[in-house]
Design a protein around this ligand. Structure first.
Ligand SMILES: Nc1ncnc2c1ncn2[C@@H]1O[C@H](COP(=O)(O)O)[C@@H](OP(=O)(O)O)[C@H]1O
Ligand SMILES: [Mg+2]
Ligand SMILES: [Mg+2]
Ligand SMILES: [Mg+2]
Length: 290
């Protein structure tokens, strides 16, 4: 989070367009935060597979020593590890890292849309994660330290207070910078009272967790496993769900193809996930074959 803030303060974002899509950007903050996270995690957990959005980690490369995190969070370690996780091996674990989620919004100064995502998958299932929001509340609290939200299935969540969404209206959150006609069609089919268009998969799942929206709907193949692993893990820690638009969970094993090619559909536990998915016309679902 501090690395991301330092890059913004210095003002030299070093924007690079990835691939052919002009809407797929990478900045110096994405690159540096990824080096910090992958460098720190691979040092502490050498036998765990770690996959980051900005490419493989270069073990030879010098990383500034102040970027290497070596301490662990005592308050989390004081909790008892759920019994079903006590026997897992490093080989069962894949950590999916999105060093900066909401890059478009970051470059446009919509800073509270930005999150850092570290997702924990065990035997292919997203079961936990961390969403760090470096600019949480920054418009009110000038020197915000941000916040760190976490969750683990069987243990619970921390870093925020969960809320129930309103019962008198139906609110959907979706992309603000990666929309297309299919994305819009899926939203129309669900007849929401309100649509909140914000950046970042992490930010949108925070809206579900805090009761600001009922569903996160993105009928597009644009998101990738690092966008959804941490958010799904935390949602599941509170009995919510994140699936594709057919209602099927994604596999987070190390050899899967990265794109979430069947879209994203997230709900908190207060919403009937299957009932909502059933409202999307089959013709639209057929645009996302397996
Ligand atoms: N068509 C597309 N091409 C590339 N990335 C896409 C995309 N659609 C969504 N994404 C990625 O999915 C994440 C959430 O998107 P959105 O904010 O539009 O809801 C963003 O992650 P990053 O900012 O980490 O790249 C975004 O770049
Ligand atoms: Mg990106
Ligand atoms: Mg992302
Ligand atoms: Mg990213």
């Amino acid at each position: 989070g501090n690395i991301i803030k330092d890059v913004m303060t210095k003002g030299e974002l070093g924007i690079v367009e990835k691939g052919s899509d002009v809407n797929d950007l990478q900045t110096e903050a994405d690159r540096s935060a990824q080096k910090c996270i992958l460098g720190s995690l691979s040092k502490q957990f050498p036998d765990v597979t770690i996959i980051g959005e900005e490419g493989p980690h270069n073990h030879e490369e010098e990383i500034p020593s102040e970027w290497l995190v070596t301490d662990l969070d005592d308050s989390v370690l004081a909790s008892t590890c759920p019994s079903e996780l006590q026997t897992i091996q490093p080989q069962d674990i894949v950590v999916w890292v999105d060093p900066l989620d909401g890059t478009s919004e970051y470059t446009q100064g919509l800073l509270d849309h930005v999150t850092v995502l570290i997702g924990l998958a065990v035997k292919g299932k997203a079961i936990g994660g961390v969403i760090h929001q470096p600019y949480y509340n920054y418009k009110i609290e000038k020197d915000t330290q941000g916040r760190t939200v976490w969750g683990l299935v069987g243990l619970g969540v921390g870093g925020f207070t969960p809320f129930k969404p309103p019962s008198n209206k139906f609110i959907i959150t979706t992309t603000r910078s990666h929309s297309d006609p299919t994305v819009v069609k899926a939203l129309e089919a669900l007849k929401p009272d309100e649509i909140i268009r914000v950046g970042g998969a992490g930010h949108k799942v925070l809206m579900l967790l805090e009761g600001k929206a009922h569903a996160y709907v993105f009928a597009s193949k644009g998101c990738k496993r690092w966008d959804t692993c941490a958010p799904e893990g935390i949602l599941r820690s509170l009995e919510g769900k994140l699936t594709d638009i057919h209602g099927k969970e994604y596999d987070y094993s190390k050899d899967v193809a990265y794109p979430n090619a069947q879209g994203v559909f997230g709900t908190s536990k207060y919403v009937n996930h299957e009932e909502l998915i059933a409202k999307i016309p089959q013709e639209l679902k057929d645009r996302f074959p397996y």
